[in-house]
Structures are given as structure tokens and as C-alpha cells.
Design a protein around this ligand. Sequence first.
Ligand code: GPV
Length: 828
Amino acid sequence: MAAPEVTHLPNLPNDVEGLRQSIRDAVVRVVGEDPRQATERDWMEALAFAIRERMVERRLLTRRQFADEDVKRVYYLSMEYLIGRMLEANLRNMGILEPARQAMADLGVNLDTILDLEDDAALGNGGLGRLAACILESLATQGYPGYGYGIRYEFGMFRQEFEPYHQVEHPDNWLRYGNPWEFPRSDRKYPIHFYGHVVEHHHPRGETRYTWENGEEVLAMAYDYPTAGYGRRNVNNLRLWAAKATRDFDLRYFNEGDYIRAVADKAESETISMVLYPNDATAIGKELRLKQEYFFVSASLQDILDRHLALGYNLDALPDKVAIQLNDTHPAIAVAELMRLLVDCHELSWDRAWDLARRTFAYTNHTLMPEALETWPVELMERVLPRHMGIIYQINHDFLEQVRHRYPGDNDRLARLSIIDEQNGRRVRMAHLAVVGSHRVNGVAALHTQLLQETLFEDFYNLWPERFVNVTNGVTPRLWMIQANPALTELLGQRIGNDWQYDLDRLRALEPYAHDADLQKAFLDVKRANKVRLANLVRERTGVELNPDVMFDVQIKRIHEYKRQLLKLLHVVDLYRRIRAGEDVAPRVVLFGGKAAPGYARAKGIIQVINEVADIVNHDPAVGDRLKCVFFPNYEVSSASIIIPAADVSEQISTAGFEASGTGNMKLALNGALTIGTLDGANIEIRDAVGEESIFIFGMTADEVVEHRRNGPNPEAILAQQPNLAAAVEMIESGFFTCDDPGTHGDLGRYLRHEDPFFVIADYAAYTEACERADTLYADRTAWAEAAILNVARMGYFSIDRTVRDYANQIWDIIPEPVAPSRTNGAA
Ligand code: GPV
């Protein structure tokens, strides 16, 4: 037993005076600068250090309590965490935002200026990565023992520039100034193996044993990011792994005297955690990607087992103390890796290990789109992870035995269910491995889960219906309301108090005031102020002037054909042509934001044509304020929090059946934007929640899309019947908007006329009609305010806190463990 003064945790003061002291000290002791000469960045760093020492204190308190209470923990395994800036969020969740603001002011520094200096942590592509970040925040806020594991990419999501119309990608060197939020843990390193071969050891009695030999080794080193809960003392941890060469990285070359080559190889081995693949909902068939996946999975599982054993539990208790959530199939190799660790390293029998693994894992699917489903060539898996390939064969063998027993003679079904796809040159289907290796599989919205059961996983659903559950996505109100929309937060506080910050359903208390004229006026004033805030940012970033009294119509998300940015663009071109023809159309600002995967030519073409159309429209004196079109460059979490509160209309117009859920739809509606949307993903549940009056639904349903495709779509025939649409397509393909490469717009015309894979043409008439319904309502300011207020009041269901409770109760079987103030560390 160590002496009390050794085990005592410091208890730093959180008042203005205490914070000021810490910050000033940190400028000298951590930054190494004279406070007289410190720059704004120096002060930012000092402030971050003052916060982080307070966070780690609570982190340790939290960890002590979890250990004392023998809690079950959940581990979230995700290749992506789209966190954004951390300074303001950490200040707020630690409960010291206002004292820190005052302390900084006392030191002569404006906090808001400092907040703007921080780079986003953009370790993710889009919805999937942002969902992971929201889930971690909610786990801490609700006091759940929940931890994230991922990769500490040296370079996150690329920075997008337009030169001048097409997208150019620039590296995101987010760690160039160092990172005050991370705790490098050089004592927490695990060896990770690749390549080599497997040796069998036959035992006369008992199972054959396997060793994996002569591979390459790299180390995974932990970097910890404390994650604070809002309004609680709980602080959880996000552990990100970075690749480091082993000390004796390559003895062979050293022995041969090729010192330079050996050092170069060291650098090469550290490339594993170098860069985030910038692909959203598209599988990447690269060896380096497979190595990234295995690298972070192996390190995380070794760490989880170490902790489990260090806490004194035995391996048989694994599913009672540990739940592991696989965020899509990116970490699905975990199923094989846990088997390897349990069987080869801890010498459990195969059957015992399999039972533990299955009861520990659960898998979230985020898409039905075939191009996103990860499959790895058997040959590649065999070379990179030879032992895992053997384990997968064994898992598949046992699984198919079960299927054969259940469906004797049904060879087609066996082929459909098999983890190995034998049709396409032998590939490992990672989704099948994840389903077979999990006790729960969930989709991310009601429609998506239903479609999973009926299509992609139909055979699995018939086999194990109890395994499938829905967990509709959500968003954190701390970032997406309190931080992003302080004006609306303030107004809500005046009207209904602040309980909704912890229990978003309480927004419903607003309903009775929806037709209160004072509230309506205040609500519209808040929206207008947010639009002015956005207009200032748009002017700064693009030079375009926006009139805040015109409807702001916003489509912000990754660029994908299925998300149908082209549908919105056709509407813009249609309106533009009609304005030029002297027609009176309702005015609007159309704002796009989002990145295209660098290798996705069609998506990049869509960005280019939008920029070209925008340039013509915005400079046409005949148009004035009646139409503006902006492509907001480098859309990221920090810009989303300015754009979203300023939106009047939210475009959620994916082809029905393709958007698993969407979460931007939730953020926008929560901030009072009315949705124009298809019956896709969570839009359906949003409609059910807010009511038909507060949403503009249009277009084919998922069933009708299937039917439409079956009937052989004929875009040309539709164009022949719709003169406005035909004129818009003709205007584009005529080259009217061509600023850069001639020819690209002709290609786009051909694409719409002859391919149109996501039925932009077929849904166009319904879409414009929905836009007109929105215009009509918008013109009636009272009616619009009422609908928008009701929209906010009814969005409580889409809190990430509800989502996390659903996971906790239906999948993880964990309960909250709020950290209590202790006697020795009891200050608030
Ligand atoms: I798979 N999603 C994503 O952002 N990246 C991916 O690689 C895959 C899915 C998204 C879906 O497209 C959204 O509909 C969903 O809301 C989001 O994941 C979170 O579930």
C-alpha cells in the first residue's frame, strides 16, 4: 500500500483566480515563453494545458471508481473520429468555459480569438466518423464506462480548395504545432505482426496449436485523449494508436552494414498511421488499408485483454465485463484477432474462445451500397495475415456446418452465406465475418435496418432473427445546439429552462408556445442573426455577398451521386433560367458544402459544375438577390457549426433506399431548419416526429425506386414532358456555364440523359414542387416560425443520448456509473 500522499490526486481549483494562475504558469512552464511576449497561440496552448491537467485528474478519479465498482465497459472500435475543435468543447464539458473566459480576459486575451486558432481534428470522412465522436461525448456525459479506440493519423481529412472551380486536395498537417490534448504513453506499446507464415504443432492429445513466425513487426503506441462529460465529473478516454518502429527495426540490414537502408525501412514501417483514406462509403482495396485496420484492432484487443486481466478478471468473464462495438466492418478483423489472442496466446480451446468472442462483439452496419462492402482477396489476406486467414477458414467451416444442418442440401444458400465469396476470385466478406462473430447486428435507422433484414442480410436474418436490432442515429446537443447556436440556446433557456441539455425530449416544453407571437419574433431574430454570422464567413471565404433576409437553402454533406447534389443544382439552373426569362421566382440562397473523394471523378465533376454555375449566377446583374449559389470551401465540423444554425431549409434528397440514416438531417432540423427530403434513412423518423406540417416530403419511396429500376427508367421520355427541366439540362450541356474545360458539361448532359443512376430526372418534378411548398410557407413568416419552432420542439428523439442508451440496453448491457464527488477531491 502506497502512502496517502502518493495516492492522493491533485485537486486543481476551477475558479477564475485558480485558472488564471494555472494559465500564466503554463505559459512559462509548458510553453516556455515570457508572459510579456506570449503570442495568442502561446496563450491558447497554455489554456489547453490548464484544462488538460484538470481533465486528467477527473479521468483518474473516474478510472478508480470504475475499478472499485467492477463495472462492465464498452469499447468502441472505429477507424474514424471526426472530432473537430476540442478547446471550447473541453472547456464547456469541464464546466469552466465562463471562468476561463474571464481568466483569459484578465490576462488580456480574448477567448473567442483563441478558439478560432485551433485546427479541427478531422480524423474521419463524414457521418460515420462524426457519429463515433458524438457517441464518445455522450458516453462520458451519461456516465457510461465507454472508451474509444482508433488511429492517430498524422494527416487527417484533406483540406479542400477550389482552383478555381475544381477541387484540389491539400494535406491536413493538423499536428504541426503539436497537440496539447494528447497524452503520449510511451509505456503503452504493443507489437503488431504482418506477413510471415504459420507453423502447426500437432499434439497427440488435444488440439493442434499454431504459431505465427518470421513476420515483420511494428509497434503500436498509445496516445490518450481524455473525453469529458457535460455536467458530470466523468472523464473517459479515447486511445489512438500511432505506428512506431521497433528498436531493432531490421537486424538483417544492420548486419549487412546497410545502415541507411535500415533507417529508411524504419520510416516506412511508421507509414501505417500516416494518413486517413479520404473515401466515404467506398471500400479501399489497398494493402496499406488492411494493415491500418489490423494494426489498430490488434493493439486495441491486446490492450483490452491486458486491462481485463490486470483488473483481476479471468478470460471466461470477458463478455460480462467487456463489450466491443465494431463501427462498420473496418475493424471486423477483430473477430479473427480475438480468436488468435485467446487460442494461440492464452491457450483457450477453440470452442470456449468462440463462445466468448461472439458474446463480446457487436457490429454496426452503415450502408447497403455494394461498393462500400469490404471484401479482401484471400490471396492478400493470406500473405499479410496468414494466421487470420486460417482462423477465418475455421470459423467459416464451423458456421457452414451449422447452416448445412439447418438447410440440408441447400448449396446456393451455403454459397450466399459463406464468409468466402467464391464467385469473384475468392474474397473474404468482412460483413459476413462481422455478423457471424457478433451477438448483435444493428442498422442506423428504422428503414435501413428493415432493408438490411430484407436484402443484404436476408439469409442471416432468417438464420438468427434475434441478432438484428435497430439503433437510430442521433447527434450531441452539446456541440450541435449549445456550442453551435448560443443564441437559440439562450432563447430556449429563457422559455423552458435548461433541462433539455441533458434530456433533449424536454424540448417538447416549447410546443405550447409555437404560436406565441413573441417567441416567433425572437426565434426569427435568432435565425437572422445566425444568417448574418454565416454571411460574414461566406464573404470572408468566397467574396460572395448574401442577403440574410432571403431563404438560406443548404445541402452540406459528402459529394455522392446517391445524395443527389445534381438534383439541387438542376433546380438552381432552372430558377436562373426562369429569372432571366423574366419570371418571378421566390428568392433563395443555395449553399453547398462537402468534399469529394480524390479518386471519385464524377463527384469532382459535380463540384466543378456547381462552382461554374455559381460563378455565372452570382455575377449576373439580372439576378441580384433573387438567387445566389455558394459552394462553401473545405466544409468541416467547425464550419458546420456556423452553417447549420443559419439554415432555413435542409436538403435531404438522397435516392430513397440509399442513405442509411443521415445525421446532418438531425442537426439542421434541431436548429430550426425545415427539411425538404425523400422518404429515406432517418428522414422517415424525422417526419414521424415533427409531423407532416414541418417537413416537405417528396419523390419515390424505396419500394418505388426498386420498381422504377425494374421498369427500365427512361430519362429522355421524362425530359420530353418537362420543358423546364429539359431547358435546364440543355442550358448546362450547351456550355453556357462552361468556365474551365469545355466538354465536361456535355458529358454531364449525356450522363443525365442516358445513365442517371440515381433518378434525378425521375424525381425532379416532385422535388421542385416540394421546394415551392417550402417557398409558400416561407413567405408567411408567422406560419414558418410556428412550423420551425415545432420542428425544434419535436426533435428530442434524435439526441445521441437516446442512441447511446439504446446501445447500452439492447446491445452492450452496461449501466451508467456517474462519478461522485469524493471527500479528498470534492470541489466542484
Ligand atoms: I459505410 N457512412 C459514412 O459516413 N461513411 C461510410 O464509410 C459509411 C457510411 C454514413 C452513412 O452514409 C450515413 O447515412 C449515416 O448516417 C452515417 O454513416 C452514420 O451512421
